[in-house]
Design a protein around this ligand. Structure first.
Ligand SMILES: [Zn+2]
Length: 295
């Protein structure tokens, strides 16, 4: 159970995003504040029963207590060493179950065909939203709770692989503070916040126009990250940049080589990694170009 503590002034849409980011499964009614009705009408929370335990607010001991049901009086409450049996307001003890798929469907509803939806990797926090054409080209969109690390990239590749070839896989990441980057050729990570439009009644929505603008920009020939099958050399560059952007590229060439081999097997599973001399040559080039740009 996650303790979501909303800002009382927040919009229900912000709370929906917060629940998504935290991957909350059950939340106490108290943590949703005055937004319970709005979230219910969006279908993103459903009744999840009574909380098994509660923080006692009838004394100053600051203790947790088990929730009990008094069958005779049909009252819920808990036992406190100072206040004896405390009768609780049933609504206060109610848990709400968060329907993560409903959240993702609601986010996607304005920009994607619901038949494209794929919740197959929901346990990794990755869903396929669907495809959008960009001129003659095909853009696949995924949504992901988390946005960094080789394991996230592997989960995106797995979902993208099931939806067939595309010119661009756009991964919309909910995690706070994520910067746009290209984890591999043909794949681009973008903060979810950047493509959200707001509706007062339907919660946060991915805005189709913002998404299409982004796809045009990313698919333009001037943009570095092109679609298509990357060459061996390009893949080594991808791994080096992947590590470099995360500050994981060790300065010593031997350590660097080891880090690159490990990241290679995460990013390009099943493909044999490049030899040591090839990696070192690329590292030398990378260090030279990093020195030239003053980074
Ligand atoms: Zn107490």
């Amino acid at each position: 159970m996650t303790r979501v503590m909303p800002d009382p002034a927040s919009h229900p849409a912000d709370l929906v995003l917060q629940l998504f980011r935290e991957g909350a499964s059950r939340v106490p009614a108290a943590s949703l504040g005055r937004h319970v009705d709005a979230l219910r009408s969006l279908g993103v929370i459903v009744d999840g029963g009574v909380a098994p335990s509660v923080f006692c607010d009838a004394c100053d001991l600051g203790h947790m207590a088990q929730v009990e049901h008094n069958v005779g009086s049909d009252e819920f409450g808990w036992r406190c060493p100072e206040a004896d049996f405390v009768v609780a307001d049933r609504e206060r003890l109610r848990l709400w179950k968060v329907d993560m798929e409903a959240i993702v469907r609601s986010l996607a509803s304005a920009a994607f065909d619901p038949r494209d939806f794929d919740a197959g990797d929901a346990r990794d926090g990755v869903w396929r939203l669907g495809r959008r054409p960009s001129g003659e080209r095909r853009v696949e969109a995924l949504i992901s709770r988390n946005g960094s690390g080789a394991s996230a990239t592997a989960a995106w590749r797995a979902v993208a692989a099931r939806s067939g070839p595309s010119h661009l896989t756009l991964v919309l990441v909910a995690e706070h503070g994520i910067a746009a980057y290209s984890p591999m050729p043909g794949m681009h990570v973008e903060p979810l916040d950047g493509v959200l439009g707001r509706s007062d009644f339907r919660g946060p929505l991915i805005d189709a126009a913002l998404l299409d603008e982004l796809a045009v920009r990313l698919l333009s020939p001037a943009t570095k990250s092109k679609g298509g099958r990357p060459s061996y050399d390009e893949k080594i560059q991808v791994v080096i940049e992947h590590l470099g952007e995360r500050g994981l590229l060790r300065t010593g060439r031997n350590e660097g080589t080891r880090a690159i081999r490990a990241a290679w097997s995460d990013l390009f599973a099943g493909e044999s990694p490049p030899g040591e001399s090839t990696i070192k040559a690329h590292l030398r080039d990378f260090e030279k170009s990093a020195g030239r740009t003053g980074e």
